[in-house]
Design a protein around this ligand. Structure first.
Ligand code: URP
Ligand code: ZN
Ligand code: ZN
Length: 469
């Protein structure tokens, strides 16, 4: 049995176990696993030495926004720099959100996202389709049949034209049940949020508190109320629900209770809610950290860690990067103060998700390596309809692999990351768990700090129905 590539000498982490062994790759897929020295090399086999390293399934980030028109600008990482950041961070599949522009159908949005991704991507990709108008509901069945079984609705962002009300959430969840799809929901309570913004939007308060008002106007109950409502619509319709970027302990409690009574709901959190707390709003660069939902308290952060692989099945990044110049859009030079409602909302994160999960999770004893693999590879692949191809190191799966040197620590510097963002929320942190070598479908795509894969080598992934855990 000849292999094109054998990865030798490392500790292999699969969905089931961790063991010292080797991985044999033929073409684009994994052909065999074996103990040390058991896979025979032919004359043409290339050997990748992973001695002393951890060999993981390529991870999935199922929540990114690359080149997204948002908040009056466009997020600065596209499928080119976003792929590079993913590869450096051991991520080999990304799921974006195709959001129709005004007047567009879901099919138009799908085609627009294909045009953005296909020439640039170096990792495999797919997207959730954002339902922003009632007319989109008629397309759901056809989109599921095309391999696009996950949809997105926003309970906020009226000014972007993206908001869904309860009637649309309810109707979409009915359709999810009928077509075996899943609805991802950004759950924040828009009317009360608008009211809090209105009360605080005065020159005096803005001058006194600056970007801290972003956090002040989004207390934990803004998320909790909306999560409760979305769970309720999932419960009564039986439609599958997935709460994105869950950021509060209160909402985690609600999801846990709903799951216990059989509501078909899942949730993800994002790495920023596990790594940062609202003290970031004390510093001079507070406005850089504005994201939505914003990072919360230490208590929330601790509660989210304890919910991992319980009610929180997935960790993602919600990458939506804006440079310092873009973030500066909030500054009103004439008035001499900033209007926090004009800060482009979002954070970069693809390079650093796995290193943060490794450093804060595995190294600090909160997670095992298998937990990390489940949260960042196995569960997202299963839930998003990619199981059998992505998320595991097993015969027949795509040979997507991250070889990480767990002993090597790197101090985060934005100019050393692949993201185009000129700042990082994690700047100065000492992190382990960056990928030394990343393979996408059997080909080395990232090696020793260099991008090797050509632009356009990533592939669109039609998906099957969302799976169960
Ligand atoms: O601040 C964020 N998260 N920006 C991206 C859009 C969203 O709500 O996910
Ligand atoms: Zn969101
Ligand atoms: Zn998002």
């Amino acid at each position: 049995m000849n292999f094109d590539t054998i990865i030798r000498g490392g500790t292999v982490h699969t969905a089931e176990r961790s063991f010292a062994g080797e991985v044999g790759i033929r073409g684009e897929t994994i052909a065999a696993l074996g103990g040390p020295g058991t896979l025979p090399a032919g004359p043409a086999t290339s050997i990748i030495d992973a001695t002393g390293m951890d060999v993981l399934p390529g991870c999935l980030d199922v929540h990114v926004h690359l080149e997204l028109p948002f908040c009056g600008t466009v997020s600065c990482d596209d499928f080119d720099s976003g792929s590079n950041a993913a590869l450096a961070g051991g991520i080999t599949t990304v799921l974006d959100f195709a959001i129709p522009a005004a007047g567009q159908t879901l099919r138009d949005a799908h085609e627009a996202w294909l045009a953005k991704a296909a020439p640039k991507a170096r990792v495999d990709y797919a997207w959730h389709l954002a339902i922003t108008r009632d007319e989109h509901l008629a397309e759901v069945g056809a989109m599921v049949a095309m391999g696009l079984p996950t949809f997105k609705e926003f309970m906020i962002y009226e000014s972007e034209g993206w908001i869904s009300d309860d009637a649309r959430l309810f109707s979409t969840l009915e359709l999810m049940r009928r077509h075996d799809g899943m609805l991802l929901v950004h759950a924040e309570s828009s009317r009360v949020l608008d009211e809090l913004i209105r009360r605080h939007h005065t020159p005096d308060l803005m001058r006194r508190h600056g970007a801290r008002l972003h956090a002040v106007t989004r207390p934990a109950f803004i998320e909790a109320e909306a999560v409760e409502r979305a769970l309720h619509w999932s419960e009564v319709t039986g439609g599958r629900l997935y709460i994105v970027h869950l950021s509060t302990g209160r909402a985690a409690d609600l999801v846990r209770a709903a799951q216990a009574r059989g509501v078909p709901a899942l949730a993800e959190t994002c790495v920023q809610y596990l790594a940062l707390d609202q003290s970031v709003f004390d510093g001079p660069d507070a406005h850089l950290f504005a994201c939505c939902p914003q990072v919360k308290s230490r208590e929330d952060l601790d509660r989210l860690w304890s919910g991992l692989d319980q009610e929180l099945s997935v960790v993602s990044t919600d990458t939506c990067s804006f440079t310092r110049d873009q973030k500066a859009m909030w500054w009103n030079a004439d008035g001499g103060y900033g209007d926090w409602t004009k800060i482009p909302m979002g954070l970069p994160g693809l390079d650093t998700m796995i290193p943060l999960m490794h450093t804060l999770g595995v190294r600090q004893g909160r997670l095992t390596m298998s937990d990390l693999v489940r949260l960042c590879a196995v569960n997202p692949a299963r839930i998003m309809g990619l199981w059998g191809r992505k998320g595991d190191i097993a015969p027949g799966f795509d040979a997507d692999i991250a070889i990480i040197d767990s002993a090597r620590e790197v101090v985060v510097r934005p100019d050393a990351l692949q993201s185009r963002c000129d700042w990082s929320p994690y700047e100065g942190m000492r992190l382990s768990g960056f990928s030394r070598t990343t393979l996408v479908r059997g080909r080395v795509a990232w090696d020793d700090g260099r991008v090797v894969a050509p632009a356009g080598s990533g592939r669109f992934l039609p998906r099957s129905a969302p799976g169960r855990l």
